[in-house]
Design a protein around this ligand. Structure first.
Ligand code: F6P
Length: 355
């Protein structure tokens, strides 16, 4: 008896469903065997929109599989202090749409010392944490690695508006921050155009220009200044602005990544050298706030569940990343080994588009 195409598809679908049901049952059983009973979750470094969504998904998935969750307050500093309490599935209700992190965050000096690390690792023992989900950017991931090396199981999740984690194509918060920034730059362009001015806009990014580059392209900036691509002031700024004026442009938008230099100083320099009135705006912390975008909520939801299931499947000390559109996990040491760069080709395209 031969089957038609539709029947073959139905059999394949039901086999895939059976496999998925078995996988979930196995995860339940693993959790019930009590190999992993209690996990911690913390947010560290600069906050990012979508962090709450990550805390929520980690908490909901963990409790779904029968684990207890401890919410650690103020990142590694809170771990060091033992500042944590039980988080239930209901405690994370009404958080998905909120910016910031309700667990609060900090940049801990104490944790970076040998003594501090020892004490933080000991706290994981005191509170019986079988694993800690560490949510944040590259600094947070390095912290997760040091904890791992000190014997604590960690699972790192990417959340930073800087999008500077090399191993992951995307970090939670980046989309929301970009959208906030382009809304501001669009407004600045209206006034710059009316006055035929140059508008220098400083966006966040101390060590990398991902945000600046993307926002610059999306707002049609004439010039994008990023730390990865040192610019010559006369060739890359002044002469470009003057030639843009000669081609009939009525405004000149310069997007400057925080790490490159102070916007006010750059604007003053431009005005002195070109004679074109220039104004500076620093977007600052407004970029870190606000309700997360759909992309950040969705990915935060998916990544958190993925992280918990990876842990229950026996994978430890992993970094959860997005690669080629797929969520996957790699060893935390491997994840921290590379540095993110911006390709010359993107830089060149931005130049072409500004013509
Ligand atoms: O979160 C990353 C980041 O926003 C950087 O772009 C910026 O330089 C830095 O945080 C500012 O951090 P802080 O909150 O410590 O002032």
């Amino acid at each position: 008896m031969s089957l038609n195409k539709k029947e073959v598809c139905q059999i394949e679908e039901s086999a895939a469903e059976d496999l998925e049901a078995k996988r979930l049952k196995d995860l339940h059983e693993l959790a019930q065997e009590k190999k992993i009973r209690r996990v911690g979750v913390l947010t560290s470094g600069g906050d990012a929109p979508g962090m709450n969504g990550l805390i929520r998904s980690v908490t909901r998935a963990s409790t779904y599989y029968g684990l207890e969750v401890m919410g650690i307050r103020r990142g590694y500093h809170g771990l060091w202090k033992g500042d944590m309490s039980l988080l239930t599935a209901r405690d994370v209700s009404d958080t998905l749409q909120r910016g910031g992190t309700f667990l609060m965050t900090a940049r801990s000096e104490t944790f970076t010392t040998e003594e501090g690390l020892k004490r933080a690792a000991a706290m994981a023992d005191v509170f019986n944490l079988d694993a800690i989900f560490c949510l944040g950017g590259d600094g947070t991931w390095r912290g997760a690695q040091t904890l791992t090396d000190a014997g604590v199981c960690t699972m790192a999740l990417p959340a930073t508006i800087d999008n500077d984690i090399a191993a992951s194509d995307y970090c939670i918060g980046y989309d929301t921050a970009m959208n906030t920034a382009i809304e501001c730059v669009d407004k600045l362009r209206d006034t710059a155009s009316s006055h035929e001015r140059c508008s220098v806009v400083e966006v966040m990014g101390r060590h990398n220009g991902y945000l600046a580059m993307t926002v610059g392209i999306a707002t049609g900036a004439e010039i994008i200044l990023i730390p990865e691509h040192p610019a010559d002031f006369m060739d890359d700024v002044v002469s470009k602005i003057l030639s843009a004026r000669n081609r009939g442009k009525r405004h000149y938008i310069v997007i400057d990544a925080e790490g490159v230099g102070d916007a006010a100083e750059i604007a003053r320099h431009i005005e002195e050298t070109t004679g074109i009135e220039s104004r500076a705006s620093t977007l600052g912390y407004v970029q870190r706030g606000g309700n997360p975008s759909l992309r950040d909520r969705y990915l935060a939801s998916m990544m958190g569940v993925y992280a918990v299931e990876a842990l229950l499947s026996g994978r430890k000390n992993r970094a959860i990343i997005l690669r080629g559109g797929e969520i996957c996990d790699i060893d935390i040491h491997e994840a921290n080994a590379s540095k993110k760069s911006i390709s010359e080709s993107i830089y060149k395209k931005a130049e072409i588009l500004a013509f």
